[in-house]
Design a protein around this ligand. Structure first.
Ligand code: SER
Length: 313
């Protein structure tokens, strides 16, 4: 078993709960401290060490790192795209301050690695919208996207200036059933499965032909851990990696669900999130990740639909 001591900040969120489980399997439960500003998520209770921790409280983070001999940190606390637009300065403050403080702690405490998620939200309406390349025009229009792009640049800066090993992925919309997402534009692709099972109908807040890049959580977690375990010399970019698995519209996911629930119906009532979605890519070119660290996805839309419906039942 490996000797790293890992801290997950924001472990109660959509990614954190599942990442905590997977990391505990690999590194041993006692070597993975889950933390969040809230009390432990029900699925995390009694599965390993847990701390209440505010990502914005640098002293508390530093104290925990020193006390527990933490060597690696995953910082997952963030305000997502749709919530961010409701209070932009709060989103900027939380997303940036938590990262910048952590980068300093990383240098000071000589952490071996830091993981910080980026997003397809870094891209904007001036970016090529299909097969969006790793390096391209990047002019985000949401505060979430601005904070993620600025964060990527800071991660790269800390790497080049102080040799800090920070790794990052531009996640597409992540679809999962264990822990609920919070305030994203891609969240419809989770709600739709829940409503299909419960009520056999769903009203979508995006229009029927809105294509977005998406990924099943199992792929995202495996990809994240594979990136973190990849030899540093293979990682030739220190900006976040584009990562892709599938791309679909609300109409297509509804069709995929109808293969299992034939009388499922969908209607559409696009709201402010439609404009956010229209500024993002429809599909992503992730050949750099495939080349540098051998990324491969496993789930396509229909395979994910089977898994989501089975697990949510
Ligand atoms: N899923 C995120 C959102 O919709 C994108 O990273 O905000």
């Amino acid at each position: 078993m490996k000797k790293d001591k890992i801290l997950i900040i924001g472990a109660g969120g959509q990614i954190g709960v599942e990442l905590a489980f997977s990391l505990r399997k690999i590194y041993g439960a006692d070597n993975v401290i889950a933390s969040d500003i809230r009390p432990a998520h029900p699925l995390l209770k009694d599965s390993g060490p847990y701390a209440i921790l505010n990502a914005m409280d640098a002293n508390a983070v530093l104290e925990l790192v020193k006390k527990e001999g933490v060597t690696q940190i995953y910082l997952l606390a963030a305000v997502l795209s749709a919530t961010g637009e409701k209070d932009p300065m709060r989103a900027w403050d939380i997303n940036m301050k938590s990262l910048l403080q952590l980068l300093d702690i990383g240098v000071q405490e000589k952490l071996s690695k830091i993981y910080w998620p980026s997003s397809i939200a870094v891209f904007g309406p001036t970016t090529p919208r299909t097969h969006t390349p790793q390096q391209t025009v990047i002019e985000p229009r949401t505060v979430y996207g601005i904070s993620k792009y600025a964060g990527e640049l800071w991660c790269q800066y800390y790497n080049q200036r102080w040799g800090l090993d920070v790794r990052s992925i531009r996640y597409p919309g992540l679809i999962s059933w264990k822990s609920a997402p919070g305030g994203g534009t891609t969240d419809y692709a989770i709600d739709i499965y829940i409503e299909a099972l419960k009520n056999k109908k769903y009203t979508c807040f995006l229009a029927e032909n809105t294509y977005l890049p998406m990924m099943y959580m199992d792929d995202a977690i495996r990809g994240t851990i594979e990136l973190m375990e990849a030899p540093a010399e293979q990682l030739k970019t220190h900006m976040a990696y584009n990562l892709s698995a599938m791309s679909f519209s609300p109409k297509e996911i509804a069709e995929s669900i109808r293969q299992h629930i034939p009388d499922f119906t969908i209607d559409y009532a696009p709201d402010f999130r439609q404009a956010i979605a229209e500024g993002w890519p429809q599909s992503i070119d992730d050949s750099t990740a495939r080349e540098h660290w051998n990324w491969k996805h496993e789930f396509d839309l229909d395979k994910m639909t089977v898994a989501m419906l089975e697990n949510l039942k």
